[in-house]
Design a protein around this ligand. Structure first.
Ligand code: GTP
Ligand code: MG
Length: 345
């Protein structure tokens, strides 16, 4: 078993699902923040990224005795909008993801963007788990803050458990109609053949320890070969958003998915026309557990290593294009890289 985690990058986990089913609230709960409450109409309108370190995942999942069994450095969560207008943002998130979480409100069941999320994941062959959210809304539910699902489930009345089971099997049926076999996560022995479903409440935190453990398990089991990378290689990423920032001009928020990007690096940035060639003036990292799209304070750092969400300040970014590639280049390979970045559009 590999215990050297030097060259394993952070898996990128995309959270997808129908509008209002609880994606941002789930991430708020995991990082201990309140981004959802600050959103206009509580609707997410952009892609966000938050890095959660392994120590904090282990603490939240109650698996402190297992620390040495994990070889990934953490999980990089990407939040996507569920509103129907944002298909291209969801697609971009799906394309970037190593793993995904599809969130379904257990009381509302499958909705159009639930199905759309599954189609996107099928297209990119992304492994995923399903979360059946808002179990605390089941009539008569007795919440047990941050408890594991089985612990809280076993403490509910028989009527509540039956109600949950019935709603749960509707989701199993819908997944079957979409071409996926699924089961409750604790009954899945082969996560490659069966999709695990984890009942949770993003508000009370119930089931979230289970979700984090399943995600770590999946990341280690199925992604290990994809997560080896060249940490000292040139940085490569995708633009999430092109944003005006006070005092900085136009900046780009990117997900760096390979290599290392340094201050002063020459970068090639995809745009509608000829790719932009510019130099990194500043690399701005959200604070630990911070959400890049909502942060106001950033750490100005010398370099960043994948996978991470980072804001780049550089001259001439006005025509940068969301969804396009950013790659570090040197005088020897810049011609080739410009061509490749253009061809990727
Ligand atoms: P979009 O980004 O617009 O697609 O929505 P979202 O999926 O991010 O949903 P959001 O997290 O903004 O939650 C929508 C509403 O549902 C908010 O009022 C949340 O407080 C509420 N909510 C989310 N999860 C839960 C839950 O587990 N239990 C309860 N009771 N309410 C929840
Ligand atoms: Mg949201």
């Amino acid at each position: 078993h590999i215990t050297d985690n030097e060259n394993l990058r952070t898996p990128i986990v995309c959270v997808m699902g129908h509008v209002d089913h609880g994606k941002t609230t789930l991430l708020d709960r995991i990082r201990g923040s309140s981004v959802a409450a600050g959103e206009a109409g509580a609707i997410t309108q952009h892609i966000g990224a938050t890095e959660v370190m392994i120590d904090s995942i282990i603490e939240r999942s109650g698996a402190s005795g297992m620390k040495n069994n994990f070889i990934v450095p953490g999980l990089l969560f990407i939040d996507t909008p569920g509103h129907h207008a944002f298909t291209s943002l969801r697609s971009r998130g799906g394309a970037l993801a190593d793993l995904a979480v599809v969130i379904v409100d257990i009381n509302e069941g499958f909705m159009p963007q639930t199905k759309e999320s599954l189609q996107i994941l099928k297209r990119f062959k992304t492994p995923f788990v399903v979360v059946a959210n808002k179990i605390d809304r089941i009539h008569g539910w007795q919440p047990h803050e941050s408890a594991s699902f089985l612990e809280t489930y076993n403490k509910q009345s028989e009527r509540v458990r039956t109600d949950l089971d019935n709603k749960f099997y509707e989701i199993v049926g819908e997944l079957y109609n979409s071409g996926f076999n699924s089961e409750r996560y604790d009954r899945v022995s082969d996560f490659q053949r069966n999709i695990g479903i984890i009942p949770i409440s993003a508000v009370t935190g119930e089931g979230i320890p289970d979700l984090l453990m399943v995600l770590l398990g999946l990341a280690q089991k199925f992604l290990e070969s994809n997560l080896h990378y060249n940490a000292s290689g040139p940085g490569e990423g995708t633009i999430l958003e092109v944003k005006e920032e006070k005092g900085l001009g136009t900046t780009i928020d990117i997900i760096l998915y390979d290599g290392t990007l340094k201050k002063g690096d020459t970068i090639v940035v995809g745009s509608l026309g000829e790719p932009i060639q510019t130099k990194v003036r500043a690399l701005l990292k959200p604070n630990p557990m911070g959400e890049i799209s909502a942060e106001e304070k950033f750490q100005n750092v010398e370099s960043v290593t994948a996978a991470i969400g980072v804001k780049i300040s550089a001259p001439n970014l006005d025509d940068a294009l969301s969804g396009a590639t950013v790659r570090a280049a040197n005088p020897e390979n810049i011609e080739t890289i410009v061509k490749e970045v253009q061809e990727e559009l």
